[in-house]
Design a protein around this ligand. Sequence first.
Ligand SMILES: *[C@@H]1O[C@H](CO)[C@@H](O)[C@H](O)[C@H]1NC(C)=O
Length: 285
Amino acid sequence: MLRHLCCFSASLLLVSAQIGGGARPVTGPPGRPGIGTPQPNGWGTYTPATFPNSLTDFTACQMPGESLMCDPNAILTDGDLTANHAMLDHVLDSIRSSTQCACTSEDENFGQCEGEGGFTVSLALVDKIELDANQDNKVDRMQAASKFANNLRVLQDHGQCDDDVTIFLSRKDDVMWTATGKVAERYLTPELINAITLNAENYFVKGEYTNGLNYTLTKYGQILRGEQVDLTPPGGWYWPFPLWAVIVIGIVCTLVAIALIGLAVWGCTRCCCADKAEYTMGTRM
Ligand SMILES: *[C@@H]1O[C@H](CO)[C@@H](O)[C@H](O)[C@H]1NC(C)=O
C-alpha cells in the first residue's frame, strides 16, 4: 500500500513539473519551418505547416463551423467533447469581441485594425508531439511545444497587427505553451503567462483539460480587457496525497512528538532525582 502511494505521488509530481515549464514564450521572431530549415524534431501527426486552420478547415478541427479552436485529435473528452468545444469556442469569441484593437501607427509594418474586435486568441490542441526516443525529455518537449506554438501563430496569422495569441497544448507531453505577437505581448507579458500556466496546472494534473483551458482563457481575457486579474491558485494548492494519508501522517507525527516530550521529561526527572539522592547522602554523612 505504502509503495503504491509513493509511486503515485512521485508520478504526479513529475507531471506537474513538466506542465509548469511550458509557460515562457520565446522572444524574438520565430523561424519559419520549411525549405532549407530542418525540422528540429518529428512532430507526430502534424507539423505547424500541416496543422489545420480552424478558420477555414474547421471540419478537420472537429468544429461545426468557423472557429478559433482546433482539436483534430479530439482530446477534450473530459466530459462531453462537443459541449467542451462549444464552451471554449464561446470564450475565445468573447475575448475577440470584448477587447479593442490595439494596433498603433508604430505597428503598421505588422498590419492595422481591420474591423470589429480586438485581440485574437487561438487554441491548438494535439495528443502528442512525436520526438526521437533519445530527445524525449522535459526540456525537449518544452522546446518542441514552444517552436510549434510560435511557428503556428506566424503561419496561420489570425490577428490584425501581431496582436494575436496562440495557445498550444500537447496532452501526453504535459506541456502548454503560449505564443504572443509583439502587440499582444505588451499586455499579456511572459510573467503573467507563466503565473497563469502554473495555476492551470492544478487542473491538468487532475486530467481536467477543459477546465484548465477555460481558466487560462478567462484570465487572458481579463488581462487583455485591462481588468484586474486574480492570480491566486484555483482551489488552493494542489495536494498530491489523499486525505487519509494526511491524517495518518499527522497522527504519527503527534505520537512521535509526545514520545520525545515524555523522554525529555523522564530524562530530566532522572537527573534531578539522582542529584537529590547524592545531596541527601552528602548531608547525612
Ligand atoms: C471558466 O472559468 C472561469 C474562471 O475560472 C469560471 O468563473 C467559469 O465558471 C468557468 N466556466 C465553466 C463553464 O467552467
